[in-house]
Ligand binder design. Sequence first.
Ligand code: PLP
Length: 225
Amino acid sequence: MSVKENLLNIQKKIEQACKRVNRSAEDVSIIAVTKYVSVETAKEGIEAGIHHIGENRDEGLIKKREDIGDDPTWHFIGSLQTRKVKNIIDKVDYIHSLDRITLAEEIHKRASGKIKCFVQVNVSGEESKHGMLPEQLEPFFQDLEKFPSIEVVGLMTMAPFTDDKSIIRECFQRLRKLRDNVQALGLPYAPCTELSMGMSNDYEIAIEEGATFIRIGTSLVGKEF
Ligand SMILES: *Cc1c(COP(=O)(O)O)cnc(C)c1O
């Protein structure tokens, strides 16, 4: 299957999922996660109509952006080491993995303008997962006032690795509630309107639960390495 065919197939599933819950498909943006594929395949995605690209490593992001250019919107979706912030800060439009105050401090220090961030949440509390625990969110959001370059546009999570769809759904429902709670704080630097959740295996559930950005790698662009 070509990237174009995969995209058409995914778009159809997005529309069906939106219809089930009375949402508009226009409110769901597809981020093509290109970490496992070449620049050529990523370009095939752009030609097929992809507008958002996600990478989880600084090297991958820098290389792809050099070759592809500024046209798509660039998302950094992986866990981000503080010392690597300077490598990517001018090359990304969104960072999906803000999960600690030291990282916020470094992003603020290095940013030349406002930078849109998602706060990553470890909804299930699994030890292996990155992200903040739900109970850490409110004090964290209050602390972010010190770093005005950061604009928190939403929350991000990765669902637990399981075939049990009810567990996955519950994770997405909880992220949405947490997002609503943050929104209710009314912080000017944290409009927090977006939800970055859903990957190849669970994006339809994520859309039913309110995802506005889905991050799709394997089922869209494949896996070459
Ligand atoms: C790799 C990755 C994805 C995409 O995963 P697929 O299962 O290949 O769709 C999404 N989000 C993050 C944070 C990732 O690292």
